[in-house]
Design a protein around this ligand. Sequence first.
Ligand code: ADP
Length: 165
Amino acid sequence: MLQMERIGIYPGSFDPPTLGHVDLIERASGLVDRLIVGIGINSQKTPFLDIETRTQALRECTAHLPNVEVEAFTGLLVNWAETKNCRILIRGLRAVSDYDSEFRIAMANRSMAPDIETVFLIARDTYSFLSSSVVREAATLGGNYSQFVPEPVYHRIEKALGRTD
Ligand code: ADP
């Protein structure tokens, strides 16, 4: 029997990508044949790192994973997923506080696209406190945040904040 390729999408803002995101990508990439990291473009908000910078940084951080691709997308996630023949959405769960909003998003997505399943991976305990907003705050206020982000992200943040060339 011809086996269908299992394509997963891990969507998010990744603004900026953190070690928690990369850990999730590594773990999710082992569960599917192809994993597409989808960076959602939100034209309403001014991002911390622009879309091109986040895309390049995530590509560098996942270069060791041959079945992972990184792409930006606009519009509704489930519509984009359907164009990619993807039926698996991956999201991370850190604390119980993530559950409420994740539950609502997953239910809305299921109602719009019943064939697409959302799969949740529990955050690794060392990263369970880690969020993009913690990194944005620490970086902007001059804290030491290098332990929260992969190197390709660190140097791009320093550059965006005008601290290096
Ligand atoms: P969004 O803006 O869509 O919430 P994020 O970029 O903040 O996207 O996060 C993308 C996904 O990664 C979400 O499912 C989030 O729960 C998960 N995530 C964020 N940080 C971590 C972490 N430290 N460990 C595991 N998963 C995480």
